[in-house]
Design a binder for this molecule. Structure first.
Ligand code: CP
Ligand code: NVA
Length: 311
């Protein structure tokens, strides 16, 4: 049976650490892996826009000797003229591995259940595991270690990136502190928080939810924020969301509450003046473009892992 990567819980803590080590190794010696996926085809299904995911996956499979097919869902019968299962079963006969960026998480689960080849979640409304592998790689590069570090996440937290950060941070023994408005619209889903706390009991990490931004960032090693207008949020909600989320904007004053050597992260795309100020994202503590680059290396490691090239 094919191994899938729909959330970070699809890999053990040990496997996640290995993937991070391989991502480092691939970054340092890309040429060594240039023929590893020779003649393999990656199907890249997109129901939402993308820069980083779309480009880094295609470059990644090409650099590994394979080929990527970009497949815009608006040109597909999937979910309209045929079931998701029929698309998955059919594409399994053509390609070796699939990545999909879909709206509903249940849709990628249905796809994976029917796929004979590995399926990678390239973002659903619920989770974004590839992003967090790249994020952990970046934090490790900048800080030298992961265990025991504090990551503060600010802003919209009923969010794919927040959910995957809670899972990823706790799996590697980090402490994650989420600062967000009250209420289920903006708070991370309870099942994710409960699961994260359970993982943290084993790894020594922790999960804290607060509605006080200053408390969230206090002594943090990493300050992280994500878009207030995720791809699936309707444009007409913007004004109201900006009002509610503004107390969680990452600005200079908030950054000063974190450790002096704290790094600033955003998975991108980012809007200056919304989830962070220009001064922060364009300032010396920001590592957002290293973070974006690591999507390439991290996803190469994920593809090699799922195709059994790394054990
Ligand atoms: N971070 C990220 O997934 O970016 P894209 O939406 O551009 O792929
Ligand atoms: N939360 C954001 C992440 C973008 C990479 C979104 O879903 O749009």
């Amino acid at each position: 049976m094919a191994r899938h990567f729909l959330t970070l819980n699809d890999v053990t803590n040990e496997e996640l650490k290995n993937i991070l080590n391989w991502a480092d190794e691939i970054k340092k010696n890309p040429g060594k892996y240039s023929g590893e996926l020779k003649d393999k085809t990656l199907l890249m299904i997109f129901a939402k826009p993308s820069l980083r995911t779309r480009v880094s996956f295609e470059v990644g499979i090409t650099q590994l000797g394979g080929h990527g097919i970009y497949y815009d869902i608006s040109t597909s019968p999937m979910g309209k003229k045929e079931t998701i299962g029929d698309t998955a079963k059919t594409s399994s006969r053509y390609v070796d591995i699939v990545m999909a960026r879909l709206f509903e998480h249940s849709d990628i689960e249905e796809y994976a259940e029917n796929s004979d080849v590995p399926v990678i979640n390239a973002l659903t409304n619920f989770s974004h595991p590839c992003q967090i592998v790249a994020d952990l790689q970046t934090i490790k590069e900048k800080k030298g270690e992961l265990m025991g570090l504090k990551l503060a996440y600010l802003g919209d937290s009923n969010n794919n990136v927040t959910h995957s950060l809670i899972c990823g941070c706790t799996k590697v023994g980090m402490n994650i502190s989420v600062g967000c408005p009250k209420g289920e619209v903006f708070m991370p889903q309870k099942k994710v928080v409960d699961e994260g706390k359970k993982i943290a009991e084993e790894t020594g990490g922790s999960v804290t939810i607060t509605h006080n931004a200053e408390e969230a960032v206090k002594d943090a090693d990493v300050v992280y924020t994500d878009s207030w207008m995720s791809y699936h949020i309707k444009a007409e909600e913007k004004e109201e969301r900006m009002k509610t989320l503004m107390p969680y904007q990452v600005n200079r004053e908030l950054m000063d509450r974190a450790k002096p050597d704290a790094i600033f992260m955003n998975c991108l795309p980012a809007m200056r003046g919304m989830e962070q100020t220009a001064e922060v994202i364009d300032g010396p503590q920001s590592v957002v473009f290293d973070e974006a680059e690591n999507r390439l290396h991290a996803q190469k490691a994920v593809m090699l892992f799922l195709l059994g090239k790394f054990k």
